[in-house]
Design a protein around this ligand. Sequence first.
Ligand code: AMP
Length: 201
Amino acid sequence: MLLGPPGAGKGTQAQIIAGRMSVPAISTGDIFRANVTGQTELGRQAKAYMDSGDLVPDEITVAMVTDRLAEPDAKAGFLLDGFPRTISQAEQLRDSLTELGHVLDRCLELVVDEDELVRRLSGRRMLVDGAWVQRDDDKPETVRHRLEVYREQTSPLSGFYRQAGLLSQIDAIGEIDEVTDRALTALGFPDDGPAGAPAAS
Ligand code: AMP
């Protein structure tokens, strides 16, 4: 799983790393956004929290992830991006993984200082239907709140996974390729090895 504040590059790195490992990248933020766009009941429940930069309540989020992890493409492994984000979610993930017969291999934390995060998030745009748009939750006031939420509710996960002996941390400032190289090295994958190839021991 990838841990890191908003703007650390989790989404970008998750896509690349999951591709190298031939497993699906499961992003709770992406699943919520797809549900908001599709105007589903889940999207309706999540939208107000997302717009204000707060976390969607654990019971909604955990139920959604548990369903996703039970899908066939996740049988051989997966990379989590943006989940867990609270200690309670991490504890429930541990239980769900046990039930599904999986073990969490590693928590990779992307470390970026706060000035850089604010700079990245306020300049970030997404391409939607051919037009560059700013995510509602990337507006400056919401960005500050999301960073506070991260500090208070999510950053304790670093200690949680360190204690479990599962934490690796990398400097996530630099070119995308450089960060990917650091990530793959920390995860024990060769830089240019074939997709899905385990690291030589
Ligand atoms: P992200 O794209 O990961 O930055 O997530 C966007 C928003 O979705 C967050 O600000 C939260 O409102 C919501 N969200 C995503 N993942 C979680 C999670 N694990 N727990 C609670 N809310 C989440």
